[in-house]
Design a protein around this ligand. Sequence first.
Ligand code: CMP
Length: 140
Amino acid sequence: MSQLERTFAIIKPDAVAAGNAGAILATIEKSGFAIRAMRRETLSKAQAEGFYAVHKERSFFNDLIRFMTEGPVVLLALEAQGAIQKWRVLMGPTDPAKAPDGTIRKMFGTNIERNAVHGSDGPDTAAFELGYFFRGYELR
Ligand code: CMP
């Protein structure tokens, strides 16, 4: 039996601008996650750069920062048994073209950059990302 855990998710600017935030939140809840914290916000360049610092040497970094700051996002703390892996499965792979039917990136993603949602890729990243955007008292 996997443990009750939390992961960090973002509904990205493409999905919010397209009016898909509500449908994505409904999919999240129907799939058995509890939304433990949620905030709508337009990220600053500094916030986005700090969040994606692990990618700063990648060729797509500047485009990614421009995209992630172009409009509001929805920041989420999701809780479920095995939440980290469960959320990765529900999102589908980074590239929506490779995503299976029923995944959020298949339903709402456009391309490998504008892929509707983000999720932590492991326990260490989840701890960093939750702490980056939420204060301790917001996660109680
Ligand atoms: P995410 O899961 O948020 O992690 C890093 C993001 O960078 C990724 O989703 C995409 O939005 C973007 N990304 C990853 N790989 C590429 C790529 N090859 N080209 C453009 N953007 C990418």
